[in-house]
Ligand binder design. Structure first.
Ligand code: NAI
Length: 339
């Protein structure tokens, strides 16, 4: 039972798995919880009236208008249940005196392992092979892959997730090239990784994997020009954020063969599409529809984080953030970036 003055937390865009894990984790915290399937936007913000704390998910647009509505309704804490915070107007939150917290690290392994899964799937054409054998076709034409061993992988962003990813790829016997404006990761250096400039990484990597946050400085980091600077036929994996890649540039690069394989777990225009079943309606996004026709493209719907371990860690860190804020000792606070 929650204490009489316990903070009330409303979760937007919540699904059964959120409710299950938050209820389980909440046994240790006693926060009063309310689960809403609706996305958080200027219309639905009214549902948060009377809730001191609001918990949006990655595709909820927490812009200034939404934050003002939340503030009017008494909200003082936005407790994100994600590592990324690009969907929040941090300047507006600061102006309104709303604290924003996040879950900086819940399972870097979940995301890194999903990126590796995409690489293996694309390289060995597992998505095609499985469909083929189910249809009684046991031929191998078109399924030829390459050894990862001895090839070069470029890791863009060697924070918590990029480091885990780089270490796994080093375990395959790959040469790791890394690009990060921040300090280098010691464990990657010890595994033989080399920090290089972005151009050198793009020009020399057989596989490029994105693990940096979406910031104004990283928006469309991989655009038409960056794709042209990549090794011909290389693989691009994005489990970071959709906006890191200029989606409109992908089709041309795939058609010309400049881009050999593409794995996306995130997509620029994923809001309103990902996390929901649209199989009964016509896909209105022509870029995504075209990408889905390529045999050398796989797209997953922002599921890299989706492991049991990650969900329970997300729930307990989010609830811990709420309790710490309630006790006037906020933690995992997102500050307004310098950028
Ligand atoms: P982190 O903050 O530990 O690491 C990010 C790294 O990117 C830092 O080392 C930073 O210096 C670097 N960076 C900043 N600007 C850069 C630039 N211009 N070029 C290259 N590197 C740059 O973050 P973490 O936990 O490793 O997560 C990375 C991103 O992964 C998150 O921001 C989020 O967008 C995404 N993510 C995706 C998930 C999914 O389910 N697909 C789940 C969790 C995170």
């Amino acid at each position: 039972m929650p204490a009489p003055n316990a903070t009330r937390l409303i979760l937007f865009s919540s699904r059964q798995y959120d409710a299950d894990t938050f209820r389980q984790a909440n046994e240790a915290f006693g926060v009063e919880l309310d689960f809403q399937e609706a996305h958080l936007d200027a219309q639905t913000a009214i549902l948060a009236r009377g809730f001191t704390a609001v918990c949006p998910f990655v595709n909820d647009g927490v812009d200034a208008a939404v934050l003002e509505k939340l503030h009017e309704g008494g909200t003082r804490l936005v407790a994100l249940r994600s590592a990324g915070f690009n969907h929040v107007d941090l300047h507006a939150a600061k102006r309104l005196g709303i604290t924003v917290t996040r879950v900086p690290a819940y399972s870097p392994h979940a995301v890194a392992e999903h990126a590796v899964g995409m690489i293996l799937t694309l390289n060995r054409r597992l998505h095609r092979a499985v469909a083929r054998t189910r249809d009684g076709d046991f031929s191998l034409n078109g399924l030829l892959g390459f050894d990862l061993y001895g090839k070069t992988v470029g890791v863009i962003g060697t924070g918590i997730i990029g480091r885990v990813f780089g270490n796994i790829m080093a375990g395959f016997g790959m040469q790791v090239l890394a690009y990060d404006p921040g300090p280098p990761a010691q464990d990657l250096l010890e595994r033989g990784a080399r920090y290089v400039g972005l151009d050198e990484l793009l020009a020399n990597s057989d596989i490029v994997s994105l693990h940096c946050p979406l910031l104004p400085s990283t928006y469309h980091l991989i655009d038409e020009h960056a794709l042209a600077r990549m090794k011909r036929g290389a693989m691009l994996i994005n489990t970071g954020r959709g906006g890191l890649v200029e989606s409109n540039a992908l089709t041309g690069a795939l058609k010309s063969g400049q881009l050999g394989h593409l794995g996306l777990d995130v997509y620029e225009e994923e809001g309103g599409l990902f996390f929901e079943d649209h199989s009964d309606s016509l896909l209105q996004d022509d870029v995504l529809a075209r990408l889905l026709t390529f045999p050398n493209v796989i797209i997953t719907a922002h599921q890299a984080f989706f492991t049991r371990e990650a969900l329970i860690e997300i729930a307990s860190t989010t609830l811990g953030n709420v309790k710490a804020w309630e006790a006037d000792a906020p933690r995992n606070v997102v500050d307004v970036p310098q950028d």
